[in-house]
Design a protein around this ligand. Structure first.
Ligand code: PLP
Length: 320
């Protein structure tokens, strides 16, 4: 029925019905909408700063977060290596956004998906993941994403023929996706004027990949990581690295310094971004903008770019 549609020819289901043992890499018009997000001036919240502040609107990706980039990069790489599209189930750990992205890609391309999430993952995300038809395995909420990682590894190791475990925390395809897309977009969108790049650290894929690309263009660009101030926090998607399993996707050599943000400061900034900039974003975006504004005075003409990883409810006081 769709034989004349080039997208269908590279759909995972179509690929599996062909005799080749390595399915073609997926292409699809929806996947073309991952990345190339607008870079928005944040004039109001930065009105008393010495620099221009810009935020990359990652909530405009197809599933609403920056993690579409990493998930698509990981899935494309897996198809290229023949690890996906052959009937195996993709199984990974996530705090929520990567899980939603994988679940959408699985539904769209036709591969089964199972996700390990801490039991306190947001009910909205859990409902979306189930809606895409993916399976959910819960891990101990007190162990956060570290516990989810351990559980995913245990399940995948027990049944290696059934599961493909991409391990977003240790998969170079994650930072490489940002090296190939996020970094070049920021460089192009600022016409090479960016002087500081501020980004939250979860897997570290965004900051390491985009930061590496930006430093290659101009080694004087400062790269600033944003982490929660304490191990127990409300900044979904971010890791407190001193007390967490350190992901190999985080490249410490790229990060010049780290700013630690309290959940309350991030939530205050979430409210300001809605009221003053018309942007409804999640807590990690509030943390990133708060950190960017407190990242220090700069020479006139300095251009600070940060990432707004996902959208929010607009009612930060109601977020769990
Ligand atoms: C809301 C949110 N912000 C920030 C991040 C951090 O991005 P990265 O994993 O590229 O470090 C994530 C990652 O899961 C996230 O979900």
């Amino acid at each position: 029925m769709y034989a004349s549609d080039p997208a269908a020819l590279t759909d995972g289901r179509a690929a599996r019905s062909e005799s080749s043992d390595r399915p073609p890499e997926p292409t699809d018009p929806l996947l073309d909408r991952v990345g190339d997000t607008p870079l928005l001036p944040l004039r109001s919240v930065a009105r008393s700063s010495s620099f221009e502040l810009w935020g990359k609107a990652e909530f405009l990706n197809p599933t609403g977060s920056v993690k579409d980039r990493a998930a698509l990069g990981i899935v494309r790489d897996a198809y290229a290596r023949g690890r996906l599209g052959t009937g195996r189930t993709l199984l990974d750990a996530s705090s929520g956004n990567t899980a939603v992205a994988y679940a959408m890609l699985g539904a769209r391309l036709g591969f089964p998906v199972a996700l390990v999430l801490p039991r306190n993952a947001s009910p909205d995300r859990v409902a979306r993941i189930r809606g895409y038809g993916a399976e959910i395995v819960y891990s101990d909420p007190l162990e956060g994403t570290d516990g989810a990682q351990r559980e995913a590894r245990r399940i995948a190791t027990a049944e290696p023929d059934r599961y493909f475990y991409p391990d977003q925390y240790n998969n170079p395809a994650n930072p490489n996706a940002h090296y190939r897309s996020t970094g070049p977009e920021i460089w192009r969108q600022t016409s090479g004027r960016v002087t500081r790049f501020v980004a939250g650290v979860g897997t570290g894929g965004t900051i390491s990949g985009a930061g590496r690309y930006l430093k290659e263009q101009n080694p004087r660009i400062e790269v600033v990581g944003v982490e929660p101030a304490s191990p127990i926090h409300g900044l979904e998607g971010l890791k407190h690295l001193p007390t967490a399993l350190r992901p190999s996707t985080y490249d410490a050599a790229i990060v010049d310094r780290t700013i630690r943000v309290e959940t309350e400061d991030a939530q205050r900034m979430v409210r300001r971004l809605a009221a003053e900039e018309g942007l409804v974003v999640g807590a990690s975006a509030g943390a990133a903008v708060h950190a960017a504004l407190s990242s220090g005075a700069d020479a006139p003409g300095a251009v600070v770019v940060t990432i707004l990883p996902d959208g929010g409810s607009g009612r930060p006081e109601e977020r769990g």
